[in-house]
Design a protein around this ligand. Structure first.
Ligand code: FAD
Length: 357
């Protein structure tokens, strides 16, 4: 009966714990500083939109491709997960890909992306229907996740499978080995997001924040809209999405690499709202006035970005095997099941190698 400690209760830790706990042979303990219900700048998951807009290219699409079927199943058959379908439109301005930050999103705005055969209803929109300044656009069916419902749902599914949950702050990843509810851990799964940059035994300096400021409103955009960039600044974006089950509409945003600022900037908030009402007239019934937005709250989350990409690998730290799953940047939800399947494979490898000793 292998003992597994998952460190982290964001979408990466909880999805990893969920898939691991589906195996009755595994005894899973989740240990985390922050849990669903908390809003903290060190905890990215509650702040996410969160939707499925793939950003990988064909060569590294395993994590996102592997996640769509489960998000689709949850949206169709599991209303208590807080996920619904929404029509997405991705609007592309060629000039946005001249910047380094724009390059990272190129795949999403392609008119022939790998995911055209994965998501339903993929279409290239006719040029004559596009708003001024937009060079090309696609539409497809995506999902939007109400993180305030979905994260507790994941906890509830882990508990149902027999996992236990424990609050603790670790100074060193190896400390997790002593926090399993049944004894010494055989494997630790490290899902510490941005704090992987500061955790003893990991200290990954490639992990940096990408600051995302948002405004949550009661207005309905009618469509999940995302534009490849804005004229306000290279790191200022335009996107809207309505969360399932009364979660409000997220207006975004910013994509500020290396910026740790936790407080919303009021000027940025005004620019976010102005861009949203201009690009999505349905939000304010065509008035185009930000005064007609009904604001629920302003927020800031830090995407846990890793320069060379997500780290899904095993490593022996001291005497204990660690399986890493961190560094998902702005796509932790849309890759969550694919990445967690990768974790399950690595945990199996580790346990198989231990049993041979
Ligand atoms: P986190 O959610 O940060 O969780 C880390 C966990 O580790 C926490 O529980 C923390 O307490 C714990 N931890 C860390 N260090 C320690 C320690 N020393 N001891 C104990 N516990 C520790 N993604 C999408 O897929 N779609 C979207 O539409 C989307 N939109 C986004 C919009 C914004 C504004 C932002 C900020 C992000 C968005 N993302 C989106 C990205 C997504 O939110 C992240 O990729 C994802 O939440 C990362 O999850 P995580 O579990 O890896 O990290």
């Amino acid at each position: 009966m292998p003992n597994i400690v998952v460190v982290g209760a964001g979408v990466s830790g909880l999805t990893s714990a969920l898939l691991l706990s589906q195996n009755p042979a595994y005894k899973v303990t989740i240990v985390a500083k922050h849990m669903p219900g908390d809003y903290d700048i060190e905890y990215a998951s509650p702040w996410a939109g969160a939707n499925y807009l793939p950003v990988s290219d064909e060569s590294n699409n395993r994590w996102e491709k592997g996640t769509w079927p489960e998000l689709q199943r949850l949206a169709k058959y599991v209303p208590e997960a807080g996920i619904h379908f929404q029509r997405a439109e991705a609007l592309c301005r060629e000039k946005d890909f001249k910047s380094a930050s724009g390059q990272g999103f190129k795949g999403l705005f392609s008119t022939n992306p790998w995911f055209k055969d994965v998501v339903p209803d993929f279409k290239v929109l006719p040029k004559e229907t596009l708003p001024e300044g937009i060079d090309s656009a696609t539409s497809f069916t995506s999902v939007c996740i109400n993180t305030a419902v979905y994260l507790p749902y994941l906890v509830s599914q882990c508990l149902k499978n027999g996992a236990t949950v424990h609050r603790a702050i670790l100074n060193h990843i190896s400390d997790a080995a002593d926090l399993h509810h049944l004894g010494k851990a055989d494997v630790i799964v490290n899902c510490t997001g941005l704090l992987a940059s500061k955790l003893g035994g990991v200290m990954d300096k490639e992990v940096i924040p990408v600051r995302g400021q948002i405004v949550v409103v009661r207005n309905d955009p009618g469509v999940m809209l995302t534009v490849s960039g804005s004229d306000d600044a290279e790191d200022e974006l335009i996107y809207t999405m309505k969360r399932a089950a009364g979660g409000g509409t997220i207006l975004g945003g910013t994509y500020m690499k290396g910026n740790w600022e936790a407080n919303p900037d009021p000027n940025q908030a005004i620019r976010i709202m102005k861009r949203a009402v201009a690009m999505c007239p349905a939000l304010t019934n065509g008035s185009g006035r930000i005064e007609d937005l009904s604001i629920i709250r302003h927020g800031v989350g830090l995407r846990p970005y890793r320069e060379s990409g997500v780290r899904i690998e095993k490593e022996k730290v001291g005497n204990t095997w660690v399986v890493h799953n961190y560094g998902h940047g702005g796509w932790g939800y849309q890759a969550s099941y694919g990445c967690s399947e990768g974790v399950v494979e690595l945990v199996k490898d580790v346990l198989a190698s231990k049993s041979k000793l």
